[in-house]
Design a protein around this ligand. Structure first.
Ligand code: PMP
Length: 322
C-alpha cells in the first residue's frame, strides 16, 4: 500500500515475492525512517488459520509511526492486508506442533531526496515466512549476557518504537552475547546503568517466592504484546504484578537469597522462555541447565493453547484469517 501527502493511503496490491525497487536516495536507506511489526498465523487442528491480537500490533505500528514521523496506517487496513496475504499463502501455514507462518508488516520512507526531513512518499508492505518450532527438542532455558558497555535506547529516544535503528544498536552487544556463550543480550537503562530494560527481542519477568511478579515499567522498552497478555493472565491467577523500575542488583540478590524463584522472557517468537543463567563480566547467577520454573511453564502452556485453539479464547484475543 502506497502513501503520499496528496492521496493518503492508496493502491493496495498483491505482488509475487521479489526485490523492491528503491531509488538510491530513498530516505529509508539514509535516515532509517522505517518501522515494522511481527506476528504469527497459527494453523488449528480443524485446518483454520488464526492470529493473535492483531489490533495490538496495528496500534503499536501507529505509535511507532508517530515517533518516526511516518503516516499512521488505519487498523482496518493493517488487518485487511494480513488477511489477504494469509488467504493467498494459506498452504504455507505449517501444521506441525508449535510452528507458524511469521508475518512481517513494515513501513518505509521511499521518497528520494537527500535533506533530513520526514518523507512525503511512504510504502507499507507485508511479507511472510514459515517458522519452525522455537524449541524443537523441548523447552531449554536461555543464557543471557549482561551488556555493560552498550545501551539499546535512551530516555526520549526510540526505545518504545519498533524501528530498525533499535535493532542496529543491538547487533554488536548481541554478537558479544554469542561470544560469551549466551543466546540473548540484556540491556540496562542508558543513564544509571542499573535498571533492567529488556532483551534484544524479548521482555522480562521475575517471579518472587511470595507470588509477586515484577516486570520493568514501560518508557524506553518495547511494549510487548506477549508482555501485556502475560500480565493479564497473571492477574487473573491472582498474582500481584508490579510494573516498575527493577534494579539489576535486586535480581542478583533475589536469586542468591532465594526470594526470586523464576525469571522468564517473552515475545512473539519464543512465546515464553525460562531464563536459566545471567552472565555479567565479573559475576553470574543461575545455571544453563536450570529446571524451568513451574509458573513459567504453565503460562507458556496457557498462552500457546489459546494461540493454537486448544483451549477457549476467553479474552477475544484470536482473529480468524483463513
Ligand atoms: N522487546 C523487543 C526489543 C522486541 O523486539 C520484541 C519482539 N517484538 C519484544 C520485546 C516482545 O514483543 P512482542 O511480545 O510484541 O513480540
Amino acid at each position: 500500500i502506497a502513501w503520499s501527502e496528496e492521496a493518503g493511503w492508496h493502491d493496495a496490491q498483491v505482488k509475487p515475492y521479489g526485490p523492491l525497487i528503491l531509488d538510491p536516495a530513498a530516505a529509508v536507506l539514509h535516515y532509517a525512517q522505517e518501522i515494522f511489526e511481527g506476528l504469527k498465523a497459527y494453523r488449528w487442528a480443524d485446518g483454520s488459520v488464526w492470529t493473535f491480537r492483531p489490533e495490538a500490533n496495528a496500534e503499536r505500528l501507529q505509535r511507532s509511526a508517530r515517533r518516526l514521523a511516518l503516516p499512521e496506517l488505519p487498523e482496518s487496513a493493517f488487518i485487511a492486508a494480513i488477511k489477504r496475504l494469509v488467504e493467498i499463502d494459506k498452504e504455507w501455514v505449517p501444521s506441525a506442533p508449535e510452528t507458524s507462518l511469521y508475518l512481517r508488516p513494515f513501513m518505509i520512507a521511499s521518497e528520494a531526496f537527500l535533506g533530513v526531513r520526514p518523507a512525503h512518499g511512504v510504502d507499507f508492505h507485508v511479507i511472510a515466512s514459515p517458522a519452525g518450532a522455537y524449541f524443537p527438542g523441548g523447552i531449554k532455558p536461555v543464557s543471557i549476557w549482561l551488556s555493560e558497555d552498550w545501551s539499546r535506547a535512551g530516555r526520549g529516544g526510540m526505545g518504545a518504537a519498533k524501528t530498525g535503528g533499535n535493532y542496529a544498536s543491538s547487533l554488536l552487544p548481541q554478537a558479544e552475547a554469542y561470544e560469551q556463550g549466551c543466546q540473548q543480550v540484556l540491556f540496562l537503562d542508558s543513564e544509571e546503568r542499573t535498571w533492567v530494560e529488556e532483551l534484544g527481542g524479548m521482555n522480562v519477568f521475575f517471579v518472587y517466592a511470595d507470588g509477586r511478579v515484577v516486570t520493568p515499567a514501560l518508557g524506553t522498552i518495547l511494549e510487548g504484546i506477549t508482555r501485556s497478555s502475560v500480565i493479564r493472565l497473571l492477574e487473573e491467577r491472582g498474582h500481584v504484578v508490579e510494573e516498575r523500575r527493577f534494579d539489576i542488583a535486586e535480581w542478583r540478590r533475589g536469586v542468591e537469597s532465594g526470594d526470586i524463584v523464576e525469571a522468564f522472557a517473552c515475545g512473539t517468537a519464543a512465546v515464553i522462555t525460562p531464563i536459566g543463567r545471567l552472565k555479567a563480566r565479573d559475576w553470574e547467577i543461575g545455571a544453563p541447565d536450570a529446571e524451568p520454573g513451574a509458573l513459567t511453564m504453565s503460562l507458556r502452556e496457557e498462552l500457546t493453547d489459546v494461540q493454537y485453539g486448544r483451549r477457549p479464547d476467553h479474552h477475544g484475543w484470536m482473529t480468524r484469517l483463513a
